[in-house]
Design a protein. Structure first.
Length: 166
């Protein structure tokens, strides 16, 4: 993701037309200016439909994959940190087939940002699982996702780490 400051509007449009997301029928509806909330929807298309007429599980997974990482990365980028962030692992539960649009609301509390910042300042890294659920238009749960976010502060200097043992 961007390692320089980018506006929320530019980030939103970049994600909307990022080929894997766009071709997968995934649309970023909104990103909060303080990076606490991001809304996404996935629509069924010819490209992401399976033989049963529902959205492929892989496409639903893609709709959950990058967004917590994006929020944390941009939050810390705006605060002046130089970080690398990625999804370390994920767990997906497909609850019911998605025959139409599915909506996801990614939310990060201020306490979670503070916990992440404390961890970055103390150890140079942050690792934590964040959850998001996807609901159809009727409000039925279609997918439950747990994603483990990994962030590393590239300028972290651990005092004593390279000190020779006497």
């Amino acid at each position: 993701m961007f390692s320089f400051k980018v506006s929320v509007k530019a980030l939103t449009w970049f994600l909307r037309f990022y080929p894997p997301l766009f071709l997968g029928g995934i649309w970023v509806e909104y990103i909060d200016p303080d990076y606490k909330t991001l809304r996404v929807r996935i629509s069924k298309t010819l490209i992401n439909s399976n033989a049963n007429g529902s959205i492929y599980g892989g496409s639903l997974y893609l709709a959950t994959d990058p967004f917590y990482v994006v929020l944390f990365h941009q939050y810390f980028n705006q605060k002046g940190y130089t970080t690398k962030a990625w999804l370390k692992r994920a767990e997906i539960e497909y609850v019911t087939p998605a025959f139409g649009r599915v909506y996801f609301n990614f939310r990060i509390k201020e306490e979670d940002f503070q916990l992440a910042e404390d961890s970055l300042n103390r150890t140079g890294k942050y690792i934590r699982i964040h959850e998001v659920d996807g609901y159809n238009k009727k409000g039925e749960l279609c997918i439950r996702s747990k994603t483990e976010v990994y962030i590393r502060d590239l300028h972290f200097q651990n005092k004593g780490e390279n000190t020779p043992i006497s």
